[in-house]
Design a protein around this ligand. Structure first.
Ligand code: GAL
Length: 679
């Protein structure tokens, strides 16, 4: 049961804490430093199974009791993890069959983390046992802020346990092999199944996999891991513990879970977010993470981990400076996070992640990094009133919705598309980025959601759609909605079976177009369109079947043919982008479309000055977050109080890197570049 809206009573600040890596004198020092930095929350025990249960059924909790008592005495709360992401060595020895098997058949061995086959009965039983034990012992502790079940579910197993469980899942989905064979188009390449036992996980094979098989395996894995989570949750609830239960999702690259169904199963949705860009696109991505997680949660949520100090990109770790640490933390909170939690409190001296940044770096507390932590702690205390959610539970209001669909991601990830450079995640992110650059708030929605509050809905390249999805989009448009559908959407059903007769079969009538030819472009080549737009990667030969062309291709084989079309349907309109607009063209396209539709930025002159403006709604007031990513000082005018400085918002100056959180007295704001203000 989701508790709505989630309100921990104060903004939670702190992070993963691994006292088991340190001696007791360091614990005492840690607690003193936490108090200095106003840290109020840590996450304990995430990978501590081997210490908590050193031999099967024998528990050692002295160290955990000890640190919990010290934290509690200092007024610091804790999330307690179930340590099931890291089974101990004795478990591996006792149950060698419970190790995960890779797609290539290699059985993994102990020595890292996440070495378990999620469908192994022994693993599932041991996981519930340790969850029950911890819940019975700590479930009523007054310092317990919540349960952190497992860590980042997402270990995929292709072994015999997975094969058995996959077959059970398929039997319950299809009931007969005839149904399965038809859905998977097994007539192709002699794949027809005559016995359930013949079906395997999509292990490495000679050439291309069957895409329907691959996507069903993804669906199965999400459901299987959800079942493992739900069992642990049930064990905790059975102990009588009433603390909220969550498990941490992961962005940007983890795509193993169907987040909408998982979100419904949690009391509060939490996420780990690791920046993958040290530049301004990292800030864009903070917003993306915040908007996605708030949407999955349907209200306030928890940022369970973010990078401290370092941003890992490829094979190196770049430094995340003080300004960015503060700006990013507030970026999540602006979008409904009730926390700013990090990985991790104290940098490990050894072990696999000894080079990962931390709130207390290897250099110790005499460091710029720790000074930043103290500053952030003090800012979070000053703005803590934002934690009180509005009664309708919606911390951010948006007029624009983007369809998010994990299954669409999985389908678009299958290989051998007309252009394999197409990435669902890149398309969603590029579209969100355009709206972020225009200063416009965005929600993500699930097919079937009530769209009545949205004036614009965007379907990013969503290869597979169901008939119900198409009917839902159509009824949105008929009742006055503005829909934009990006290329390669609605081409196929949910088993990746193309709707023949012309693309995009599922949406052809709604869009009033028929594509007969998909024409990918070579890397690096771009196409010129009318009105100064440019596109890349993808183009289509489109015929109008009721729609009109808004923008034509201007060059090449498609010159003079429609590139962007619009079909008026009922009281609304459905627009089709048959080509991939470059980021700059996409930015211009969405900024103009929003202007035409009267969808305003939160503060109209903020984005051009490099200031991100987000309004977080609260119980007694609304709060305008201003995060300055730009390079010129800016003067603010409007009515309210900046909680960060405690000063009146009128005349406030924001230097590059600065933040303000303004309790608004009115919604009229003006931002001006400083030298032009004084000119
Ligand atoms: C997270 C994980 C943490 C830590 C961190 C840094 O995904 O939850 O335990 O490993 O990454 O790499």
């Amino acid at each position: 049961m989701t508790q709505h809206p989630y309100n921990p009573g104060r903004l939670l600040f702190g992070g993963d804490y691994n006292p088991e890596q340190w001696s007791k004198d360091v614990w005492a020092k840690d607690i003193a430093l936490m108090r200095r930095a106003a840290v109020n929350t840590v996450s304990l025990g995430i990978f501590s199974w081997a210490l908590l249960e050193p031999r099967e059924g024998e528990y050692d909790v002295e160290w955990l009791d000890g640190i919990i008592a010290m934290l509690h005495e200092a007024g610091i709360g804790f999330f307690l993890a179930t340590p099931t992401a890291s089974p101990p060595p004795w478990f591996t020895r006792a149950h060698p069959d419970a190790m995960p098997v890779r797609a290539d058949g290699t059985t993994l061995t102990h020595g890292s983390r996440d070495t378990y086959a999620v469908s192994s009965p022994a693993y599932r039983e041991a996981s519930q046992r340790i969850a029950r034990f911890l819940a019975e012992r700590y479930g009523a502790h007054p310092g317990l802020r919540g349960w952190h079940v497992h860590n980042e579910y997402g270990t995929i197993d292709y072994g015999p346990h997975a094969a058995d469980a996959f077959r059970r899942w398929l039997r319950s989905k299809y009931e007969t092999l005839d149904e399965l064979n038809a859905a998977w188009t097994t007539a192709f390449w002699s794949q027809s199944y005559g016995e359930w036992e013949d079906i395997l996980p999509p292990r490495d094979t000679q050439y291309l996999h069957n895409p329907a098989h691959v996507v069903d395996f993804k669906r199965f894995n999400s459901d299987e891991m959800l079942a493992a989570f739900t069992e642990q949750k049930a064990a905790i609830v059975a102990s009588g513990s009433t603390a909220p239960i969550t498990t941490n999702f992961m962005l940007p690259t983890w795509n193993h879970l169907e987040q909408w169904s998982w979100s419904e199963a949690q009391d509060v949705v939490s996420i780990d977010h690791y920046l993958d860009d040290p530049g301004i696109d990292g800030d864009t991505h903070v917003a993306y993470c915040g908007d996605l997680t708030r949407s999955w949660a349907g209200g306030p949520w928890l940022l369970m981990e973010q990078n401290a100090i370092g941003i890992r990109v490829g094979d190196r770790t770049y430094v995340k400076g003080p300004d960015q640490t503060i700006r990013n933390s507030l970026g999540y909170i602006a979008r409904g996070s009730q926390s700013s939690l990090f990985f991790q409190w104290r940098a490990s001296a050894g072990g696999s992640e000894l080079w990962h940044g931390a709130l207390v770096p290897h250099a110790g507390e005499s460091s710029r990094a720790f000074e930043t932590v103290v500053e952030l702690g003090s800012i979070l205390e000053s703005i803590s009133e934002v934690v009180e959610p509005p009664t309708d539970g919606r911390p951010v209001e948006a007029d624009v919705a983007i369809l998010w669909d994990a299954e669409g991601w999985w389908a678009t990830d299958t290989p051998h598309l007309p252009n394999d450079a197409l990435s669902y995640s890149d398309e969603v992110r590029a579209t969100h980025r355009s709206l972020w650059r225009a200063g416009i708030s965005v929600d993500f929605v699930r097919a079937g959601d009530d769209l009545s509050r949205y004036r614009l809905m965007i379907i990013p390249s969503m290869f597979a759609l169901s008939e119900a999805d198409a009917a839902w989009a159509t009824s949105y448009v008929r009742s006055g909605g503005q829909l934009v559908v990006q290329f390669f959407s609605g081409i196929a059903d949910m088993n990746q079976r193309v709707i023949t007769g012309g693309y995009p079969g599922m949406l052809r009538e709604l869009l009033g177009v028929r594509t007969e030819e998909i024409r990918p472009l070579p890397d690096g080549e771009s196409l010129e369109l009318d009105k100064g737009f440019h596109s890349e990667m993808w183009s289509e030969r489109v015929q109008l079947e009721g729609a009109s062309s808004l923008v034509d291709y201007r060059a090449g084989a498609l010159s003079g043919l429609p590139a962007i079309t619009r079909n008026d349907v009922g009281m609304g309109a459905a627009t089709y982008l048959s080509t991939r607009l470059t980021q700059l063209s996409r930015d211009r396209y969405y900024a103009q479309l929003c202007a035409d539709l009267g969808i305003d930025p939160v503060v109209s002159d903020a984005a051009p000055l490099g200031v991100e403006a987000v309004r977080r709604r609260g119980a007694a007031a609304d709060y305008l977050f201003l995060l300055h990513h730009g390079s010129d000082s800016v003067t603010v005018s409007g009515e309210g109080v900046d909680l960060v400085t405690g000063s009146n918002a009128a005349g406030l100056t924001l230097d590059p890197g600065d933040v303000a959180v303004i309790r608004e007295s009115s919604r009229k704001w003006m931002l001006v570049k400083e030298n032009s203000a004084s000119a």
